[in-house]
Design a protein around this ligand. Structure first.
Ligand code: ZN
Length: 334
């Protein structure tokens, strides 16, 4: 949190910081901060970095905050970036769940898993508990009470996206998590359903740019349902709302799940620390996580300014990419 306030202090002339909400927990008030750079023109292409939805996964907030710090330095001298920001907007929302991070829990202070908290049910059977449940907040992955409004943190994030991202003609969101597994995954919607995601051809076009420009990158890009389906995913909820409103823009939320078993494998002592499973605890591992992922963040900055190459595809090219996307991600013989 001190890091975020240091960013807020240093942003002065190059960007803007705002308190989106406050969360009360045991007589303390925790702010939720956002950082904005670039044009205020509502329809401008917009890129949003999100971290800290799950309080245990500290590395996500850490990597997003480090990138923000570097970004604040760069916008003071890098003419390429300054030029880019005259027509694009770059946003950071580094800590969605400050109470969870404070108390080292996945859930928020009320025991609700924010990424299971949206009012949307999975269309297919989910993993027991993990997919989200309403049994009670003493178990992880609790969705919250059906008859209560969304949690403050989830509602604040949704409002922020509605105001700052929905009006954009092109937008990308990268929500950074860490989870089990050896592979770094980048998921796109849906989590609630195995159905075809209408922006899949655009994601395939983006993937081709990534594969061609950085052939040795480490990411597996796929729909989230290939890993598991869940109830209450905030990005599904916002994507469906964006579609229902028939907004003219293209909005694509991506979720990065850093494979934390790299760290466990290299430092088995971490298995004994509840935080260690999800976070590279040694400082050089944190640096390595930054080095590993910063190029993807840079790639997305470039991509948001070049939407003509992936977001605005039309006609025969789109038909071709749709066919390929269905083969790659939605056929039974994947
Ligand atoms: Zn997570």
């Amino acid at each position: 949190m001190e890091d975020l306030y240091a960013c807020a202090d240093s942003i002065s002339t190059v960007g803007e910081v705002r308190e989106e909400a406050w969360v009360r927990y045991r007589h303390h008030d925790f702010p939720i901060l956002s950082f904005r750079f670039g044009t205020t023109e509502p329809a401008a292409p917009t890129l949003l970095f999100v971290g800290g939805v799950h309080g245990l996964e500290k590395i996500g907030t850490h990597v997003v905050t480090s990138f923000l710090k570097s970004f604040i330095r760069l916008v003071q001298w890098d003419q390429t970036l300054i030029h880019l920001l005259s027509s694009c907007r770059i946003l950071f929302y580094p800590l969605v769940n400050p109470v969870g991070m404070f108390q080292n829990t996945r859930a928020n202070g009320r025991g609700v898993d924010l990424m299971r908290n949206a009012p949307i049910d999975a269309e297919h059977s989910t993993l027991p508990l993990v997919g989200g449940h309403r049994i009670g907040n003493w178990l992880p992955w609790y969705r919250g009470d059906e008859f209560e409004p969304m949690e403050t943190e989830s509602a604040a994030l949704c409002d922020f996206v509605r105001k700052q991202v929905f009006p954009a003609r092109t937008s990308l969101i990268l929500d950074v998590h860490s989870g089990f597994g050896l592979v770094d995954r980048v998921w796109f919607p849906y989590a609630y359903s195995q159905r075809y995601y209408p922006h899949a051809p655009r994601i395939l076009a983006l993937k081709k740019l990534l594969d061609q420009s950085y052939p040795h990158h480490v990411y597996v890009l796929e729909p989230q349902h290939h890993s598991y389906t869940t109830h209450g995913d905030l990005w599904d909820y916002l994507s469906l709302e964006h579609q229902d409103l028939k907004l003219p823009g293209v909005m694509i939320p991506l979720t990065m799940e850093m494979g934390s078993w790299h760290w466990v494998k290299k430092n088995p002592r971490q298995m004994f620390s509840s935080l260690g499973i999800f976070n590279p605890v040694l400082p050089h591992r944190i640096k390595r996580a930054e080095r590993r992922h910063f190029f993807l963040f840079d790639f997305l900055v470039k991509a948001i300014a070049s939407g003509d190459r992936w977001a605005e595809i039309q006609g025969q090219k789109k038909i071709f990419l749709e066919k390929k996307a269905r083969q790659l991600w939605y056929s039974a013989r994947r």
